[in-house]
Design a protein around this ligand. Structure first.
Ligand code: SF4
Length: 377
């Protein structure tokens, strides 16, 4: 891209810093959000993406499981939770039902189960421990990425344990890593308004730090497109970056688009495609120490996810299956994709598909054909 265009977009100094390997500041982050030239911003983010990953775009073969939607918290953006057992639409799966989800996929080369739940006030801790043990009994090699930091904090308070004890016991039962959910926006102003009754930003980050110290890798998310300011987005990114400087344990940063259907913030519009591209691009530029930026295609929509692969994104999550949280909030994306469909959409965007496991070891490289007969039904 021409220097004149970057200068005209107010990005000349930032482009020079990036070229020199210098870290971007808070003010740089705000300037990126203010940049009127989305393509210039995308060009810079793509340059950083290609430095790290060239044409490679990662995905994994996973399933999602939400074992209960009973939840004592009252996050305004949530369309998934039901307050009490017995409320209309509430459900809690038996352990056998959770294990059946894996048994049903015995013929598929899944590498990961991603489990997140509501904060159920009445289930015993053994329910979660047994769930993990059962998954490992059924398929010892499966990677268990389960329970957000918000759930870990809730377990600790409910079962009168420390956060570390909870993590250690879950790890002994088979937990391999934590997903990044529950981060929302770290700024207290926003948390007080949209999710005042679940664990705060400091504890979220402390739990991830503990998980890293126990040898687990984790992800970190950011819910965007509601009442947060651009300054609060940059602050969020910098808090994640600071922890990553300490531990190096985050694998991916995942911006999550707010979806307004069926929740208490339904008067707000969903973020636009251009806003989604901007947030992913700024994430790539600010988070110089987190290896991957992921577009969760269920939330962004498939087409925007494809375009995002030129705006800093190098990962499209996975095949997913039976996603509930976003679909109850109005997502119109499919609930699952075949591995061949995901590979084809990556190729159609001009990138090379690479199936990874949860820890980014390559399972199927770009040289493999895209029509391998592995179907998600
Ligand atoms: S986002 Fe999570 S913690 Fe908040 S109400 Fe929904 S299920 Fe509960």
């Amino acid at each position: 891209m021409q220097i004149e265009r970057l200068d005209a977009a107010g990005l000349g100094v930032i482009a020079d810093k990036l070229e020199a390997g210098e870290r971007l500041t808070f003010d740089d982050g705000v300037r990126l959000f203010d940049c009127p030239d989305l393509l210039a911003l995308g060009w810079l983010a793509n340059r950083e993406r290609e430095k790290r990953h060239e044409r490679r775009t990662y995905y994994n073969f996973n399933i999602r499981l939400e074992a209960t939607n009973v939840c004592v918290a009252s996050c305004l953006f949530c369309s998934f939770a039901r307050l009490r057992p017995g409320d209309s639409g509430s459900y809690t799966m038996s352990l056998e039902e959770t294990w059946d989800k894996l048994r049903e996929r015995a013929h598929q080369p899944l590498t990961e189960i991603h489990v997140v739940n509501g904060l159920h006030p009445d289930l015993p801790f053994d329910y979660y421990l047994e769930m993990l043990r059962g998954f490992k009994r059924i398929r010892p090699s499966i990677h268990l990425k389960c329970f957000t930091a918000v759930e870990i904090a809730f377990f600790a308070d409910l079962y009168k344990m420390s956060d570390e004890q909870v993590l250690r016991e879950l790890q002994s039962a088979g937990l391999d890593s934590l997903p990044g959910g529950g981060a929302e926006i770290f700024a207290e102003r926003v948390r007080r308004k949209i999710c005042h009754d679940k664990c705060g930003a400091d504890r979220y980050l402390e739990i991830h730090k503990l998980a890293h110290s126990l040898g687990m890798r984790t992800n970190v998310t950011m819910l965007y497109g509601h009442i947060e300011t651009k300054e609060e987005r940059v602050d969020h990114m910098l808090r994640a970056r600071a922890l990553q400087d300490d531990t190096g344990g985050f694998q991916a940063f995942i911006p999550l688009a707010f979806h307004p259907d069926n929740n208490q913030m339904r008067k707000l519009p969903a973020p636009s495609a251009t806003e989604t591209l901007r947030v992913h691009a700024v994430s790539r530029l600010m988070l110089d120490n987190i290896p991957h930026v992921k577009a969760f295609w269920i939330a962004t929509g498939v087409e925007v996810a494809q375009v995002s692969l030129w705006f800093g994104v190098d990962d499209l999550d996975g095949t997913v299956q039976e996603e509930k949280i976003y679909h109850m909030a109005g997502a119109r994306t499919p609930e699952a994709m075949t591995t061949s469909a995901i590979r084809r959409l990556i190729r159609a965007a001009g990138r090379d598909p690479v199936e990874r496991d949860t820890l980014y070891n390559v399972v199927t490289g770009p040289e493999s054909p895209d029509d391998a007969p592995v179907l998600v039904q």
